[in-house]
Structure formats: C-alpha cells, structure tokens
Design a protein around this ligand. Structure first.
Ligand code: HEM
Ligand code: MG
Length: 232
C-alpha cells in the first residue's frame, strides 16, 4: 500500500519535526526526505492529517529559507537554528547543548509524564509541559533564546500535536497516539487513530493556542534577542 509506514533507511534524511517526518515515513512526502516542495508539504499535510492550506502554507514557505536552493528543501536543513528550530523543544536537545535534529527520549520524558492519572494530553497539560521544558533550558543553556518569536512557534507546535493526534476542536489527544507520533513518527492506525474529521485551520489551532498560552505561565527572558535568520 502506497501510504504504509516504512521506517527511514540509513540514507533517508529527516527533520527536527515529527509532523514532516511522519508524512515522509508514510509516503505523503518523499521517503528519502530530499527536494521537498511547498506544494508537497501542503498536499501531504492535507492528505495525511487533514491540516488545511492556511495552517501549513506559511510554515512551509518559511522553511524554504533553510535551503541552499530556491524552491525545495531537504528535511534535515530545517534544523537551521533560529529560523523555525528553537530551544526548549518537546523532544530535541537545545542546539547549544547537543543534537537538535534527532528525537531524545530524555527530553521527551517531560511530555510523556505529563497529565498523570488520565490517558490523554490536552491544552492544559501542553501549557505545563512548555513551562517545564523552558525552565529546563533556562537552567542548563546559557545560550537560550526565549522571545515571543520562539514562544509562538512552540505554542503552535503544541496545538499541532494535539490536533493531528487528537480532536482539533477540543485539543484532547490520546497519550498512546501522541507518544507513537513523537517516538516512531508513525500514524498509529493499528492502535485506532483516524485522520481528524475536522479540518485543522489557523483558526482551530489559534483557539487551542489561547488556552495553551494561559497555562504556560510564559515570560520573555531579559536581554535576549531573536536572531534574524534568513538562510543557511
Ligand atoms: C517542530 C508538528 C508542519 C518545521 C514541530 C513540533 C511539532 C510539529 C509537534 C515540535 C517538536 C519538538 O518540540 O520536539 C508539526 C505538524 C505539522 C508540521 C503536525 C503538520 C504537517 C511543519 C512544517 C514545517 C515544520 C510545514 C516547515 C517546513 C518544523 C521544525 C521544527 C518543528 C523546523 C523544529 C522546531 C524545534 O522544536 O526546535 N513540528 N509540524 N513543521 N517543525 Fe513541524
Ligand atoms: Mg529545537
């Protein structure tokens, strides 16, 4: 079957993004992770996750700036620090401290242990996780960048995992699905996941983000500026 899960081969390249990696592992994006176009990302996100153009197109276009060529990007190029890639990620180490590209179970354990006692994550737990991940980076990374720019991206990413693995209107997502999405970059179809029936839009994500923000107790770090990264 065309969209079955196939784990990446050693020569395939992947992103710091569980969403794009999952799409590539299911053949919604080139399985080798190379020469990816904006149109492929838009179509793949719609087909794979029911994520609409208005939610994906700005990110996809922005991602092209990480590339050395005009109209395609290799997924690993998206690790360019300060473009989209940021500190205090949910499943990757800060760039100044290690490998910001590949999954880290140690970093992911904060999310994995969140919302104890129930079998789902939600906008409340997602906000708490963002707070905890930032606190960890502030403690360990003297180089941490934490401005409204990074905070908005981080919050959008939290809304993304709740939406694609759960219900886009409520932001309730089964832990089992989210954990497989992050750890294996796989659609948990055999575990019962179904492509969201509700189209994920900038508006549905924005509504979830408002609640996540309210639960993340965020403040900008003093005297740190976001670098203006426009290319590699
Ligand atoms: C990170 C989901 C689309 C580029 C993330 C993260 C999530 C996510 C949950 C956070 C990972 C972490 O903190 O460890 C998704 C979903 C998408 C999507 C569900 C829908 C298809 C995109 C697009 C781009 C992109 C279109 C740009 C071409 C990135 C990058 C990161 C990232 C560069 C790394 C940020 C960091 O954690 O430092 N994504 N994403 N994503 N995403 Fe995506
Ligand atoms: Mg990061």
């Amino acid at each position: 079957e065309m969209h079955q899960f196939i784990a990446p081969k050693a020569t395939d390249i992947r992103a710091p993004c569980p969403g794009l990696n999952t799409l590539a592992n299911h053949g919604y994006l080139p399985r080798n992770g190379r020469n990816v176009t904006v149109d492929m990302i838009v179509q793949g996100s719609l087909d794979g996750f029911n994520a609409g153009v208005d939610a994906i197109l700005p990110f996809a276009k922005f991602g092209l700036l990480a590339s050395n060529v005009a109209s395609t990007v290799n997924l690993d190029e998206l690790v360019l620090h300060g473009l989209i890639e940021h500190d205090a990620s949910l499943s990757r180490v800060d760039a100044a401290l290690g490998d910001p590209l590949h999954f880290s179970e140690q970093i992911f354990s904060t999310l994995a242990h969140s919302n104890p006692g129930v079998n789902y994550y939600n906008t409340t737990s997602a906000g708490h996780v963002q707070f905890a991940r930032l606190a960890d980076s502030l403690k360990k990374n003297p180089n941490v960048t934490n401005t409204p720019h990074e905070f908005k991206i981080r919050t959008r990413e939290s809304a993304f995992y709740l939406s694609v693995m759960g219900e886009p209107l409520t932001g309730i997502a089964p832990k089992k699905f989210v954990n497989i999405f992050f750890r294996e970059n796989r659609l948990p179809i055999q575990e019962g996941w179904k492509r969201p029936k509700t189209l994920i839009t900038a508006a549905t994500l924005g509504a979830l983000q408002t609640v996540i923000v309210a639960n993340s107790n965020w403040t900008a770090s003093a005297s740190c500026e976001s670098p203006e990264v426009l290319g590699p």
